[in-house]
Design a protein around this ligand. Structure first.
Ligand SMILES: *Cc1c(COP(=O)(O)O)cnc(C)c1O
Length: 358
């Protein structure tokens, strides 16, 4: 098999060793002569997986006491509604949102079903190409919500906003990519398929003491306390995505943890952005001070050369760099599992393209 350099935005690249171990476990898990996906989720072997996955999250992110780690279903898209449902008061509920793109807008849409939403800042005026900085968080809202990394536009909060009110963050596309202070948050949520595992599970890290205060009758499955009481096993959990997430977190731990991957991620992003800025045939989409280290968006300075560039990167076995339809151009997603050598392959193609066509 010839190597394919996978720059897909999601579901996305996972470490090769994780995919191999996952494949083995589907055939024969823990030498049980049974598949991981056909054993009881209540069996000792799977309960260990769940416990290990939750413990690794706590260890890698230094999750303080008082927080619970859950692996649930429904994607981050259910997280939009579930976060509002568990944190917005029934009487005169209100929340502040920062609108930095498609995912943030979807979160706003769901929260509006439950209360008064104050969009305190938005970058919609420039097609979400920057992270707004000029805003104040009201102190009389139930919480602040924002999206730390905007997967589609390639923007990322360089500094994570703090507030006096509880802070809720959708970290789907940059969780475990850089160090964070969990204590600054009431709730962090992230779909697994951007930086952790296959689609099918969503990670929630929630501050327990803040739950149960909305005065709402929350449906059982959408209530975080249901899942906390049952150690994230209230109903059948998505065993395969949780297992693979656990393997990825083990891989990250063996590498040295989040501080180590953060340095590598910085190097990868610098390599690619330097080339975009240097190369006369490319231009970055996001404003420089808002650039994402996970999703790098760029366009050609001469759109007429698109067929030539597309042919070159495809010939180099590069996959998944077509931009999202709402931005156009190109998007190279360089998540944790992408080695710097693969980023170099793309940079080399960009250089070769310039030599041929500039
Ligand atoms: C992909 C993505 C989502 C949606 O996740 P699903 O698991 O597909 O619901 C939400 N937020 C961000 C930032 C994303 O990148």
């Amino acid at each position: 098999m010839s190597k394919v350099y996978n720059f897909s935005a999601g579901p996305c690249i996972l470490p090769q060793e994780v995919i191999k171990k996952a494949a083995d476990a589907v055939l024969n898990f823990n030498n049980l002569n049974l598949s991981l996906i056909e054993i009881s989720h209540r069996s000792k072997d799977f309960v260990e997986v769940m416990e290990n996955a939750r413990a690794l999250v706590k260890e890698l992110l230094n999750v303080p006491d008082g927080y619970q780690v859950l692996f649930l279903q429904g994607g981050a898209s259910l997280g939009f509604y579930m976060s509002a449902l568990n944190f917005m008061k029934k009487e005169n509920g209100s929340a502040a949102y920062i609108n930095t793109g498609v995912w943030a807008s979807k979160a706003i849409k769901e929260a509006k079903r439950l209360g008064d939403i104050n969009v305190i800042a938005s970058s919609e005026d420039k097609n979400f190409s920057y992270i707004p900085t000029d805003y104040t968080v009201p102190t009389d809202v139930d919480y602040l919500h924002y999206t730390s990394n905007n997967t589609i536009y390639g923007t990322q909060f360089q500094e994570l906003p703090k507030a006096e009110v509880p802070v809720i963050c959708d970290m789907s596309s940059d969780i475990f990519s850089r160090e964070i202070n969990v204590a600054d948050f009431a709730l962090i949520y992230a779909g697994a398929q951007k930086n952790m595992g296959p689609a099918g599970t969503t990670l929630y890290i929630v501050k327990e003491e803040l739950l149960g205060k909305t005065g709402r009758d929350i449906p059982t499955m959408l209530d975080f306390t249901t899942h906390i009481k049952k150690d994230s096993m209230f109903n059948t959990p998505p065993v395969f995505p949780i297992y693979v997430s656990m393997l990825t977190l083990e891989w990250l731990k063996n590498l040295g943890g989040v501080s180590v991957i953060e340095k590598i991620n910085n190097q990868k992003a610098a390599l690619l952005y330097n080339e975009i800025d240097r190369n006369s045939l490319f231009k970055g989409v996001a404003e420089k001070d808002s650039r994402s280290k996970m999703n790098v968006t760029f366009v050609l300075t001469n759109e007429a050369l698109q067929p030539q560039f597309d042919e070159m990167w495809q010939a180099a076995n590069i996959s998944g760099i077509k931009g999202h339809r709402s931005v156009g151009g190109y998007r190279a997603s360089i998540y944790n599992a992408m080695p710097i050598e693969s980023v170099q392959v793309l940079v080399d193609v960009m250089k070769e393209f310039e030599q041929k066509y500039a």
